[in-house]
Every structure is written in C-alpha cells, then in structure tokens.
Design a binder for this molecule. Structure first.
Ligand code: SF4
Length: 331
C-alpha cells in the first residue's frame, strides 16, 4: 500500500486578479521509504502542492490519503494526530526558525505541543542534534549563530523530531553552496536509510533530483507532464518539456557537444488554463490536435508515463527530433 496517495487533486487559490489554478488534477503515489522528485519551473504549482499535502492550503477537489486515511478535508481537531506523520523542510531556513527562540526551543516545540515533558523533550533534542551532526551546545544558542547549512540541519532536526513518515522538502538546498548542498543531501539520504522516511523532494535543480530521487515527476501548469522511475526517466525522457528542461542543465564535460532545446516564452498564466495540451504555446511540435484535445498520461515503451499526443505510439517522437542541434561549447 502507498504511504501517500493523491488522486485528481486540485488547488485553486482566490487572488485579487482572479482564481489561480495552481494544481489541476494531479495524481501520484509515494511508497514507504521512497523519494519522489518533483521538478518544474517556478510558478508551476510545486510549492502549492507541498502546502496542500500539509493542509496549509485547502484542496478544491480530489483526494489526499496518508497512511490509508483520507485527510483531504479533516478539521483542525481531526488533523492533530495526523500532523506528526507529515512534516516539511523549507528553503528559507532562516525565516522558518524564530530568531528569539534558542535552537533547543525551536526543535523541542513540536515535542512539547505533542505532550512531551520538558525533561523528555530536552533529552530528545540532544539526540536529534547528534543525528543531524550538530554539537550538544547548539541547544542554548540562537539561529543567527549558525551558517546556512547548520540552520538547515536545525530545520531537519525539527522536522524529524516526531518520527514522521513523510517529509515534504521544498527546495531544501537551493540557497546553499554546492559543497554544503552535498552534505545536506547526504544527511537526508542517511536519515532515510536509518528511519525509513519518504520524501517528496521539490526542486528546480535537476542535478540534485537526479542524485536523490527514486522516481521523478515533471509538473507544468499544475499538471503531470511526465513521470517515471530513476533509470528510465534520465535515460529516455520523452515529453518535449522534460527534454527541454534536461537540455538546459549545464554539462560538466568541457568537450561535450551539447544538444540544446530552447524553451520559448514564459510559463503561461494559470488564471485561465488553455484548452488542449497545457504545453502547446511553447511546444515546437504542437499540432491542431494539441490545441483542442488534452493528452492523457499514458505509459510509454520506456516505462515513463507521458502526457503527449506524440508519444503513443512512439514512432513519431523517435523519428522527429524536437531538438535544435547546435555545436555549442559547454559553459
Ligand atoms: Fe507538444 Fe502536442 Fe505533445 Fe503537448 S501534446 S507536448 S503540444 S506535441
């Protein structure tokens, strides 16, 4: 059984400009101990989805099941025993920690709210500090005494305090230096192995997602464009949007001849969704069918699920390259 199961989830947010269609009919599962990477451009609905899973934003439609329980519309009282099971790690670790609270108070707060005694909470915080690689004397210090990477360790300690089953990691390493980024990713992987936690890892950094995720989902205008297991996803991406995202990742090989697909235009407004394929306005392969009929998410030969009229049956994508091949030197 899946730990998390999302079915046809919709999150529409009222704003001064109108109703923002942030998440539109999203369905996917996360198994116990699995890491699912969620990628897409800024504004594609990734963070809104994360907030909806924690019930910080309300679902407009669809269903969220956690550990076999439908939590989509639970009220505050019914949510209380559910909250320890799902936690979040934020990108802005400085903003997520109260500067007037010591590290001990910040990490211990969820424990105290859950009814732990002061003595037991203190002992548990010491244990958590050791688990995330911070010294015991961090307990009495304030967040501003720590570096960005150390503050992220504090955020992780707080997130795992109540032994959650799922953690939503919202761009957890985007603001960190590359060397610190690797340390935090390794810490997350280590904690997962020891504690069996599942992660929904939200990021626009494809290199990081490739390193950590067992499965990848590509989102565009609040919808899944492609999803697949680690091997098939990176080896044979099929959706034009996925291929454009992957082609934009800089190569570490200075001699590499790069195949580049340039994404034209901006992410369209999600105040009103286009008919047909959500990606049609930027897709170099769009046809009349794409403008009138929305492609269903279907299993391709590669093993990925893809929402594109050209992918099933596969021959057209195989014979017609969407890439504009250029002999450009890698940066
Ligand atoms: Fe492009 Fe059409 Fe496929 Fe959408 S369905 S990605 S517009 S080819």
């Amino acid at each position: 059984m899946s730990l998390l199961s999302i079915t046809d989830l919709e999150v529409h947010l009222p704003t001064g400009a109108g109703l923002v269609h942030a998440v539109n009919g999203l369905s996917f599962d996360i198994a116990g101990g699995e890491t699912v990477g969620l990628i897409g451009e800024s504004g594609c609905g990734k963070s809104t989805l994360g907030r909806a899973l924690l019930r910080l934003s309300s679902a407009t439609g669809g269903r969220i099941e956690l550990d076999g329980q439908d939590i989509t519309h639970l009220d505050a009282k019914a949510l209380k025993p559910v909250r320890p099971k799902i936690q979040m790690i934020f990108q802005d670790n400085a903003g997520a920690l109260n500067p007037r609270h010591t590290v001990g108070q910040s990490i211990g707060q969820p424990l105290r709210l859950a009814g732990w005694s002061a003595k037991d909470a203190r002992a548990r915080v010491y244990e958590l500090l050791a688990q995330v690689g911070l010294p015991k004397d961090a307990y009495d210090r304030y967040p501003n005494a720590f570096s960005g990477g150390q503050r992220q360790r504090i955020g992780i300690a707080r997130a795992i305090a109540l032994n959650p089953k799922l953690i939503v990691c919202d761009e957890p390493v985007s603001a960190l230096d590359p060397s610190v980024r690797a340390q935090i990713i390794n810490l997350l992987k280590d904690l997962q192995q020891r504690l069996g936690i599942s992660y929904l890892f939200i990021s626009h950094d494809l290199a990081v997602v490739e390193h950590i995720a067992d499965r990848v989902i590509v989102m565009y205008l609040g919808q899944v464009m492609e999803q697949g297991p680690r091997g098939a996803f990176w080896k044979q991406p099929l959706h034009p949007y996925t291929r454009a995202l992957l082609a934009a990742v800089p190569s570490a090989d200075p001699d590499a001849v790069r195949t580049r697909t340039v994404l034209q235009g901006e992410l369209p407004s999600n105040l009103s969704l286009p008919a047909g394929c959500p990606f049609q306005a930027r897709c170099p392969l769009a046809t009349d069918l794409c403008r009138t009929e929305k492609p269903a998410l279907r299993r391709a030969v590669s093993g990925n699920d893809v929402a594109c009229h050209l992918v099933e049956p596969a021959p057209l994508l195989q014979s017609k390259s969407i890439e504009e091949t250029t002999q450009c030197p890698a940066p």
